[in-house]
Write a protein that binds this ligand. Structure first.
Ligand code: B4P
Length: 191
């Protein structure tokens, strides 16, 4: 089984690369951002609660996203593996994910972190904001806060996987194809 944590700051290309990786390795894509936006579009109680955090560029509470991931894991018992995109975003989420996987006799194979310069992140997010209509991509203050929250709460997740010798850094600057090539090379070494 191949279980990949695809990691990086907002706008690093996680969602973009996950779409290519699931096709190549036949994995199930679990994006907490996509799941939350789905709940938001459906105006579910969970979505309406999450909106308060997402609109400000803050993280949704750990217990909410951990519960969502458990449901999705249980919905895919025959999966060959998973790509966790945008999750875990805190050390508490990383610990909870290990516990969940352990219960099912599974584990994370590798954590790949896309490294992208801040100026490029802002450019990509503002670019997407113009076409997607995503509220959190259209306001410079919200984008700045997402990057600050990433540095404060999410970047420490690297230490968590480094301690398990599962962390790999990948250059996330360049074309989508170039970055995909680098990711595959890194993943193929541990597959
Ligand atoms: P996410 O949906 O995870 O969104 P994201 O961090 O903005 O990155 P995404 O992966 O979608 O974008 P990508 O880099 O592919 O999170 C949104 C919000 O949900 C969070 O702020 C938080 O509130 C909440 N949330 C989600 N998960 C959570 C969790 N686990 N815990 C708590 N809260 C959580 O792409 C960005 C743009 O760049 C795209 O337009 C793309 O086309 C472009 N791009 C990609 N690669 C490129 C390249 N190589 N060159 C040029 N452009 C490129």
């Amino acid at each position: 089984m191949l279980n990949i944590v695809l990691f990086g700051p907002p706008g690093a290309g996680k969602g973009t690369q996950a779409a290519n990786l699931i096709e190549k390795y036949q994995l199930v894509h679990l994006s907490t951002g996509d799941i939350l936006r789905g709940e938001l579009a459906a105006k579910s109680p969970l979505g309406l609660e999450a909106k308060k955090f997402m609109d400000k560029g803050e993280l949704v509470p750990d217990e909410v996203v951990i519960g969502m991931i458990e449901v999705k894991l249980d919905q895919n018992p025959a999966a060959k593996g998973f790509i966790f995109d945008g999750f875990p975003r805190t050390k508490a989420q990383a610990g909870a994910l290990d516990k969940l996987l352990d219960k099912k006799n599974k584990s994370i194979t590798i954590m790949v972190a896309l490294e992208v310069e801040k100026q490029e992140l802002v450019k990509r997010l503002m670019g997407r904001g113009k076409i997607s209509g995503r509220a959190d991509d259209q306001d410079m203050n919200v984008i700045e806060n997402r990057i600050t929250v990433y540095n404060r709460e999410t970047a420490p997740v690297i230490d968590y996987y480094n301690a398990q010798k599962k962390f790999q850094s990948v250059d996330g600057m360049g074309t989508i194809e170039e970055i995909f090539g680098r990711l595959c090379k890194t993943i193929d070494k541990v597959k």
